[in-house]
Design a protein around this ligand. Sequence first.
Ligand code: AHM
Ligand code: MG
Length: 353
Amino acid sequence: MLDLLIEETLETQVTGKILTIQRHIMEMERQYPQASGDFSGLLYDICMAAKQISYHVNKAGLMNLLGKEGTENVHGEQVKKLDIFAHETFVKALDHGGHLCVMGSEEERDIIPIPEEYPIGKYVCLFDPLDGSSNIDVNVSIGTIFSIHKRVDPSETGAGTLEDCLQPGWKQVCAGYVIYGSSTMIVYTAGNGVHGFTLDPSYGEFILSHENIQIPKRGSIYSVNESNFDYWDEGFKNYIRWVKKIDEKTNRPRNCRYIGSMVADIHRNLLYGGVFCYPADLKDPSKPSGKLRLLYEAAPMAFIVEQAGGKATTGTQRILDIEPDGLHQRVPVIIGSEEDVTVVEEFMQGLRV
Ligand code: AHM
Ligand code: MG
């Protein structure tokens, strides 16, 4: 039996059925003879950071990395040790490759310049190093989100600026997330479909496992933090009332699934179909647009979901069309299967009651 298994594994290797993310990117790049290889170099660095974070997330309980750091981040939230570790890992992995002119992180108030001693590149990378941090201590899936733009002026060779970071989502050249779950996966799009790679711990490589992911046109899941019900406006409340009503013809009530980790909630809905919502609420007057950040969370996830055939909106505007006005700007997020998102929009716009 074991012999058979080994034979099968070897055969898979020999016949070349295993496709690593590096080879996948290189093959994609080969279709563009003018490509400099810069982009694949950048993705390679991101994969390295993801592997390091994955390793530490898996060992967090053993390495005394769990628990609050005791400081607050720029949003006044408690920062945990793994958040800091993930942030520093990302910065260190990306700052010296010569691919980037500037970076931005959810954990840092201002833009992050490339240190003077390193070459400046033509790309901009924005990232949320560890999203879903309230789940770290309890072994629930968390993730990393990244978004890549070209710098605004390609002829510029100096340091990148805030303007380079404040670009609308439709201009992204790549976006992706890493999910640290029962296995670690990286899912990315470079505007040519959405592809998922699972980390094989024995090789230390991300292997193509989900080629050309397509989100179902409609799903049976809605994902929202319903404890905010009393803080929502009437339109969204009406949607929630609707989604829970019994009606066989329209497949209701839908299933509520909410992990509280955007990456994990959207990853599940991407594969099963459904809608993820974090609408505006009146809970905190300092956050009238909800909780999620446009540049680090909403825009990259919107790019991925649209590329998979889904839809992403604030309820009144396509997320990818928003012109950012600040690095840490927050927006309402309704994202997922096209038909499900459209229904939420209709309730939010008062077209349904
Ligand atoms: P974080 O960046 O501080 O981790 O917050 C973002 C997370 C998302 O992953 C998740 O969708 C949301 O916060 C959950 O918030 P809530 O606990 O209010 O439902
Ligand atoms: Mg986050």
